[in-house]
Design a protein around this ligand. Structure first.
Ligand SMILES: Nc1ncnc2c1ncn2[C@@H]1O[C@H](COP(=O)(O)OP(=O)(O)OP(=O)(O)O)[C@@H](O)[C@H]1O
Ligand SMILES: [Mg+2]
Length: 276
């Protein structure tokens, strides 16, 4: 009810209006109920998500040990029969590469899961050592020995970040640079350049490989997206890189031309000050 007092004529007047708020009250109650329902659904979803995450992590983790045994066994058999040059040797090689592919896929799922489940660590990063370890981890990769490597690292500042996550990012980018080399080029190369400052690190990985077609550029960060038929991967690598960079307050920029090559620039925040 609204009331108004007017005294221009000398005598007080009263205007009153009555508004029925029953409907408003009903709407308010209904909204309150819907909000509470949403809250409950949200909590249920969160619980299911957490359980699913845990299930994916332990299932993937447990799948790895029988796979490792299979890998060991196939290596032993290949070693025994490799002199014979029979069809069985080829079949064993095919079996081994399928096991490796499965192992990579499980590795990708574990990296993804670890990134969503674990807190971001803060540790001193020595880029010389980190890059060296990444290169060493790829020496047996197909084609790696034919590629010229140029590495330039300038680190005059203490850099603090999460080593595990940095390894995931750089391993994926470096393995792509090797995997998508152009066998028709005379001088295939991969260049790595790291510059470190007080508040961030800039990491550049450049190759003169097959490059990425214009139509694929916006999609390569999608889950399971592969831009080349020749890729035997699962198309998860760059998706994981993007997700991991989000946790580190980092960015990624890709400049690529089909048949020319690819240049990737990653920036990472220096977490030294504890603000990032
Ligand atoms: N350096 C590169 N040169 C050329 N193409 C690339 C390069 N990096 C990525 N790509 C293209 O982007 C696609 C997506 O890359 P991503 O790393 O996500 O998946 P993948 O390498 O196919 O599989 P995975 O990394 O899961 O083993 C690749 O299939 C490839 O076509
Ligand atoms: Mg990849």
């Amino acid at each position: 009810m609204h009331l108004a007092y007017l005294s221009s004529t000398g005598s007080p007047q009263i205007y009153a209006s009555i508004v029925d708020i029953t409907e408003r009250k009903e709407i308010r109650n209904r909204l309150k109920q819907q909000f509470e329902d949403l809250e409950i659904t949200n909590q249920l979803l969160l619980k299911t998500n957490n359980e699913l995450d845990r299930f994916v992590y332990s299932a993937s983790h447990d799948l790895r040990s029988p796979l490792k045994s299979l890998l060991g066994l196939s290596d032993m058999i290949i070693e025994d029969i490799k002199q014979e040059n029979t069809v069985e040797v080829k079949q064993m090689d095919m079996m081994k590469s399928s096991i490796l592919k499965l192992d990579n896929f499980i590795g990708d799922i574990l990296s993804y899961s670890r990134n969503t489940r674990t807190e971001v660590a803060k540790e001193a990063i020595d880029f010389n050592q980190t890059i060296q370890d990444i290169i060493t981890g790829h020496i047996y990769m197909e084609g790696a020995t034919e590629i010229e490597l140029n590495v330039k690292i300038k680190q005059d500042f203490k850099f603090v970040s999460d080593l595990g996550r940095i390894n995931v990012i750089l391993n994926n980018l470096f393995s792509n640079a090797i995997k998508y080399m152009d066998p028709t080029k005379e001088n295939p190369y991969v260049s790595i350049d790291v510059k470190c400052s007080n508040d961030h690190a800039i990491i550049m990985i450049e190759d003169n490989g097959i490059g990425i077609d214009k139509k694929d550029k916006d999609r390569i960060f999608e889950m399971f997206y592969r831009a080349t038929k020749t890729s035997d991967g699962s198309g998860l690598g760059l998706y994981i890189v993007k997700e991991t960079l989000e946790k580190l307050n980092g960015t990624i920029n890709i400049d690529s031309k089909s048949t020319k090559g690819t240049k990737i620039i990653v920036t990472l925040a220096n977490r030294l000050m504890g603000l990032n």
